[in-house]
Design a binder for this molecule. Structure first.
Ligand SMILES: O=C([O-])CC(=O)C(=O)O
Ligand SMILES: [Mg+2]
Length: 217
């Protein structure tokens, strides 16, 4: 299994490359910790070298085997997750939140140390408001989250495209969520034909989103 070594996609998206000088490899082969000298742009970013297509190939996955358990689950592309963050490839251990049209738990979680993890927010697929905006994405970036995936909408998309973090969502919406319901954390989520458990791994790039029980071997 050497999908990571053979990954041919670019390390850096243009916005994340800006201002970066120092990259030190972390323990995972797929993650790099990068510090910007100015601290004004992209103070921290997790940069990845992998391709979801290569990972699927290395696990022997083809369409005849897609429904059997190969340890690699693909979120149904008909959900049309779009990339909004400055980092289009991201991966990491998953933290889950289930919250419908209310985002205080998203803020509280992004205020924690991310340690290269990916926050997955199940907002029930709502396209009636935004669960995440530029302020929250910036908090996530500063605290070392590798990415945020929202099964719902985000706003401040122009701002988010300049923040060095992975952000995927169904769409944008200019209206903010309410702040009344807390939501639940660390629960299994079900959308896009897959179950996503806390501690699962995500690999996300422009071809799709993979959910795996652990990092690529
Ligand atoms: O305030 C919100 O709920 C979302 C938002 O716009 C931000 O994070 O900037
Ligand atoms: Mg905002």
């Amino acid at each position: 299994m050497n999908a990571l070594k053979h990954g041919t996609r670019s390390f850096f998206s243009p916005s994340c490359f800006k201002g970066m000088q120092l990259a030190t490899q972390l323990s995972s082969r797929s993650s790099f910790y990068t510090r910007a000298p100015s601290q004004q742009f992209a103070p921290r970013a997790f940069l990845s070298s992998f391709a979801t297509a290569d990972i699927c190939d290395s696990y022997g996955l083809d369409v005849s085997k897609i429904s059997s358990d190969h340890g690699v689950k693909v979120i149904d592309p008909s959900l049309n997750f779009k990339n909004f963050g400055g980092q289009s490839e991201f991966c990491g251990s998953i933290v889950t939140i289930k919250a419908y049209e209310s985002n205080p738990l998203v803020r509280a979680t992004l205020q924690e140390d991310g340690n290269g993890r990916v926050l997955v927010v199940d907002a029930g697929g709502s396209t009636r408001c935004a669960m995440l905006g530029g302020n929250l994405a910036e908090i996530g970036e500063k605290n070392g989250w590798a990415g945020i995936v929202v099964y719902g909408c985000i706003r401040d998309s122009k701002e988010i495209s300049n923040i060095c973090i992975g952000v995927k969502a169904l769409n944008t919406h200019p209206v903010k969520s309410h702040k009344d319901e807390k939501g639940v954390r660390d629960v299994p989520l079900h959308f896009g034909g897959v179950t996503i458990r806390p501690g699962d791994y995500m690999y996300s790039d422009s071809d799709g989103i993979l959910i795996m029980p652990g990092p690529v071997k």
